[in-house]
Design a protein around this ligand. Structure first.
Ligand code: BGC
Length: 751
């Protein structure tokens, strides 16, 4: 065991010399010289503290003392040691051979103790600043405990709302997920990750996890290379270009190769093409899961496969510790590769300034759940709500109207928090009932009847009470959807309708003839079925987090006009899945008049009479709601599309503008979206692709010209040779409210 006194000075300088990349690399060279193989392998061990019993702690501490642990996850909810962060770190820093600090990571996904809307909800804000602020606040809170690394952003692209983890994504579109993923990354990391309140971000899951077949979590993914590069990889590339520090590989196989041992993804694309220089962490137990995958023969083989593929940090399992030294002796792995992995680890620890600030910030009382944080969570929640329907302007509600508040999710502080809320506590969370009581000042103008005990409840025994309350009221507000547990990891659904007897309850309420506002809390789009017609208004609230109640009151009563837009296409039912707006053109596209719906087909007609186009006989060809869709309490008119120069040379910039006018009676925020279509390509091209968006707030009557600039590189895609190129030719362009409408123009790119 070498402990060199002359290391002390460079160690102290590490944080201060963050700006100097050479100093970091030199410092790593010096450290590597002093480390034994076991200590190097130790840096690659990420232990799950949550899995240790009190009896195992002494041996664990001895391992840290020997320099054989690189970091921990899940320390903050330890049941065996309240002060673990500081204690474990002290051993690493003061007693281990090189004094290399541990890195503490955790799933801080949409807040630490102040819980923000689930990421899909945040994405519905189409507001990068809001997403960044949410991550900043989460980092400020988590670092008080010593967590300097988060397993976020999740920027998997998915076209399948059955997949439970769609809740954690930033939507279906590569451009939107790139913009928001970068915002979240920067919120966590800041421009100066040595700040004690900064966290290293980990973009996940690399790669293809969101394409799990049938939306069944962990299932195989098949993605052709060009599609991988055009749709699934761009958010990761954008995050890497923005300075992302770490990446997590995924559980799935991609084209039959587990992502955990996928050299093509982890080496060729990530390191060689993109030049990523941070570390790659495997997902929890994923190295060992290559055994049930039938890809690794045993634990030693799994270590060999993942280490050689480029997994640096092994999460939870200990195959590296057990087998890398002998794999090196056997020539199946090399010390040079080991050094490279350790370099990735140390580089990130140094960039985080862990040598200067290894310990928890410790100022919990002033930071956690502060008024400022709760207010930000409230703002984020109300910006995430998407108004899907609002017949006869039933919303906003009139403060004088008598409300029947019904539904299994109207008053359940836990269920509004959503998936991955390890440190979120229901006691800090405000539901709609107390928020309404406070807003209405206890004037008895609302009655609350649950109707169903929980979202999956099938008992109709309390329907009468709910219907009675509805009959006495001027308007019914139904709050239903999915409990938190119905989305998230491992929680996919084959049937995405409202669970339990909720549809029956909504039907019973609608039969009272009273105006019915349906608020849905869920981790995915829900098949609405008859609920769509039965409800006068529908608002998607996702899982809004700690401040769901006050945020709902803000929007339901019109103190704040809804601004959310769908970051995902909303299907009519599972039969339309996979569903996404940027689909490829078919040779027989459906239009309004080239197909017949099932109920309209005459008996015994000639085979082709109902039409032969790309549609479903029962659902037609359109989704329930398109990507980008969302109503407000106002109306915005689009006019005057101008493309000043409709012929643009390759390498130049396309300019387009349109005028948007608030024709309604209240201030509103419009999300003006720019789409293009490449009309002919050497690979078929999507029928629309989002290329930009701008949020603009307009007073009643106000109009503004919105200008977009699009360099021709932004039109590039991967051709048959996997070269990213912009092909000259004709394009359509829309400035639009959503992916299914808009002012349409054309331009040509020439060489
Ligand atoms: C999930 C990851 C998560 C990790 C650590 C895994 O099961 O797939 O997203 O970061 O656990 O909790």
């Amino acid at each position: 065991m070498k402990k060199l006194m002359n290391l002390a000075l460079p160690i102290m300088c590490i944080g201060a010399s963050f700006a100097n990349a050479d100093a970091i690399e030199n410092r790593i060279d010096v450290l590597l010289e002093t480390m034994t193989i076991d200590q190097k392998v130790g840096q690659l061990a990420l232990r799950d503290f949550g899995t240790y019993s009190a009896e195992q702690l002494p041996e664990l501490k001895a391992q840290i003392r020997r320099g054989e642990v690189g970091g921990f996850l899940n320390v903050s909810f330890s049941s065996v040691d309240d002060n673990a962060f500081a204690e474990l770190q002290k051993i690493a820093v003061e007693e281990s051979p090189q004094g290399i600090p541990l890195i503490f990571g955790q799933d801080v996904i949409h807040g630490y103790e102040t819980i923000f809307p689930i990421p899909l909800g945040q994405a519905a804000s189409w507001n990068p600043e809001l997403v960044k602020k949410g991550a900043r606040i989460a980092a400020k809170e988590a670092t008080t405990d010593g967590i300097r690394w988060t397993f976020a952003p999740m920027i998997d692209i998915s076209h399948d709302p059955r997949w439970g983890r769609i809740a954690e994504t930033l939507g279906e579109d590569p451009y939107l997920a790139s913009v928001l993923g970068v915002a979240m990354t920067m919120g966590f990391q800041t421009d100066d990750p040595t700040r004690p309140d900064a966290m290293a971000a980990s973009a996940k899951h690399f790669i293809g996890y969101g394409a799990a077949e049938a939306g069944r979590d962990y299932n195989a993914a098949y993605i052709p290379e060009a599609r991988l590069r055009d749709i699934f990889l761009p958010p990761f590339k954008a995050a890497v270009d923005a300075g992302l520090m770490t990446i997590m590989s995924s559980y799935n196989t991609l084209n039959d190769i587990p992502a955990t041992a996928n050299k093509h993804a982890l080496k060729t694309i990530l390191r060689d093409e993109w030049g990523f220089d941070g570390f790659v962490v495997s997902d929890w137990n994923a190295v060992m899961e290559m055994l049930p995958h039938g890809f690794a023969r045993d634990a030693k083989h799994a270590a060999e496969l993942s280490a050689n593929a480029g997994i640096d940090f092994e999460m939870y399992t200990d195959t590296y510790q057990k087998f890398l030294p002998e794999l090196i002796e056997e020539g199946k792995f090399t010390e040079a590769k080991l050094d490279q992995a350790v370099r990735h680890m140390l580089r990130i620890k140094m960039r985080l300034g862990l040598w200067d600030n290894p310990y928890p910030r410790g100022n919990r009382d002033t930071v956690i759940l502060s008024d400022e944080h709760r207010q930000a969570a409230r703002e984020a929640a109300r910006e995430s709500f998407v108004l899907l329907k609002n017949d006869n302007s039933v919303l906003p509600l009139n403060k004088e109207a008598k409300i029947a508040l019904v539904g299994p999710l109207a008053n359940v502080p836990h269920e509004q928090l959503g998936t991955w809320i390890y440190n979120g506590d229901k006691k800090d969370s405000v539901s709609l009932v107390p928020a309404l009581e406070q807003y209405l000042g206890g004037n008895e103008s609302f009655t609350f009847v649950k109707g169903l005990e929980y979202s999956r409840d099938t008992s109709t025994q309390n329907f009468n009470k709910a219907v009675e309350a509805a009959q006495q009221a001027d308007v019914i507000v139904y709050v239903g959807g999915e409990e938190s547990i119905l989305s998230g990891e491992g929680h996919s659904r084959a049937d995405i309708a409202l669970p339990g007897a909720q549809q029956e309850l909504v039907k019973a309420l609608s039969e009272t003839g009273k105006p019915l506002v349906t608020v849905i809390m869920a981790g995915r789009p829900i098949e609405l079925g008859p609920v769509l017609d039965q409800s006068d208004a529908i608002m998607m609230a996702w899982h809004p987090g700690t401040m769901a109640g006050p945020a709902l009151v803000d929007v339901l009563y019109g103190d704040y006009s809804p601004v959310g837009r769908l970051p995902i296409t909303w299907p009519k039912g599972e039969g339309q899945i996979p569903i996404y707006y940027n689909r490829m053109a078919t040779g027989r596209p459906a239009t309004e008049d080239n197909y017949t719906l099932i109920g309209d087909i005459e008996q015994g007609v000639f085979q082709h009479a109902p039409g032969n186009s790309s549609n479903h006989l029962d659902y037609g060809h359109e989704p329930e709601f398109p990507f980008g869709f969302g109503l407000t309490y106002s109306d915005v008119d689009y006019s005057n599309l101008v493309i000043p120069s409709s012929r643009v040379a390759l390498g130049e910039t396309i300019r387009a503008s349109a005028t948007v006018k608030n024709t309604g009676k209240v201030q509103t925020t419009e999300v003006v979206q720019l789409y293009i279509r490449d009309l002919v390509g050497t690979r078929t091209r999507p029928i629309r692709e989002l290329k930009g968006f701008q949020r603009v707030t307009l007073a009643p009557g106000e109009s503004q010209a919105i200008h977009f600039e699009l360099p021709t590189e932004a039109l590039a895609f991967h051709n048959q040779n996997m070269e990213k190129v912009t092909e000259p030719g004709d394009f359509e362009l829309w400035i639009a409210k959503d992916a299914a409408s808009g002012l349409k123009g054309r331009f040509t790119v020439y060489e």
